[in-house]
Ligand binder design. Structure first.
Ligand SMILES: [Zn+2]
Length: 311
């Protein structure tokens, strides 16, 4: 017996298929996401897995403090569904790109709700990236944006990332939630590892290159005794160099830290004067690097550098 399919049935199938194709959003395959810096992009990738397509704005080796975006960034922004940024003044360049992208782009500020470290120490005149807030005495304060270098704060960032992904991609909510839980657990392990290692340090004082490790120091009970560059890109004066060298002698500090994203000539001058080593801490990481091609590895690498100077 021959089964005959009515003509209207076939037609309806095709019609339904066309409707399906048209009503499916363009990120049905992967949600296009843009992050300002690599460590955030990696966190998004850890949660989003196969369902996200993440790009990040700052090229490898660039410092967020001296970054100059290319106009072509407009295209990247207009094709993204979510933009994740740190806030606290780090992405001083982002406003116009967000505005041009229009209301289709969801912007998530990951420092929202974080207990920010504010300081007057910085030379804010030379600090376009830092948000100024006023304290009652009208003293200008600047927020320190380096929140991701505290793994406990990183957990709150991961939670915000998870909420945003679930909001734009309902189909994969359970996938995101499970991956988020796994990653949060890994961050807990990282936190405990850092805590354990730092507790064995004989030295708790350090000289920073700029204020990038303040959140890390606050979390693990370390103390920054001075900053080589009060504002990224600004060299210390001879008097400041003398003061830092005196500090190194006084507290028997064994190394000064520098960062690969910023010119660290000043750190080398100080190290030579004080007869100590220069060690490189990396707050940014880089997917092409052996160390630090994930947030997790980056933090482990930096812990080892701290250990070398302070154990
Ligand atoms: Zn920095």
């Amino acid at each position: 017996m021959k089964i005959r399919m009515p003509f209207c049935y076939g037609f309806c199938c095709i019609f339904f298929l066309i409707i399906q194709l048209h009503s499916t959003p363009s990120w049905a395959e992967k949600v296009p996401i843009i992050a300002s810096i690599f460590p955030i992009a990696d966190m998004i990738q850890q949660v989003g897995g196969d369902h996200v397509d993440v790009t990040f704005v700052l090229p490898a080796g660039a410092s967020p403090h001296t970054f100059e975006p290319k106009p072509s960034l407009v295209r990247t922004f207009s094709s993204a569904r979510i933009f994740f940024m740190v806030g606290a003044g780090l992405e001083f360049w982002a406003d116009k790109f967000v505005k041009l992208a229009g209301s289709e782009l969801m912007t998530v500020v990951l420092s929202q709700g974080v207990d920010l470290i504010e300081t007057t120490e910085h030379d804010h005149e030379n600090h376009p990236h830092e948000k100024e807030t006023m304290v009652p005495e009208n003293k200008p304060m600047v927020a320190n944006p380096h929140i991701w270098l505290d793994p406990v704060i990183a957990k709150s960032m991961v939670n915000k990332i998870t909420v945003a992904l679930c909001e734009v991609d309902h189909q994969n909510v359970s996938y995101y939630k499970q991956r988020s839980l796994d990653y949060l657990q890994a961050l807990d392990t990282l936190h405990q590892m850092i805590q354990g290692t730092v507790s064995t340090f004989k030295m708790k004082k350090y000289i920073a290159f700029h204020a990038s490790w303040d959140y890390f120091a606050r979390r693990y009970g370390l103390e920054s005794m001075g900053v080589i560059e009060a504002a990224p890109g600004r060299n210390p004066t001879p008097i400041q160099i003398k003061n830092i060298v005196a500090m190194i002698d006084k507290y028997h500090i064994r190394a000064v830290f520098a960062e690969p994203q910023l010119n660290y000539r000043a750190a080398e001058v100080i190290a030579r004067e004080a007869d100590v080593k220069v060690l490189l801490l990396d707050p940014m990481g880089n997917p092409k690097q052996k160390y630090g091609n994930s947030y997790m590895d980056l933090m482990k690498h930096n812990l080892n550098i701290f250990k070398e100077a302070m154990r």
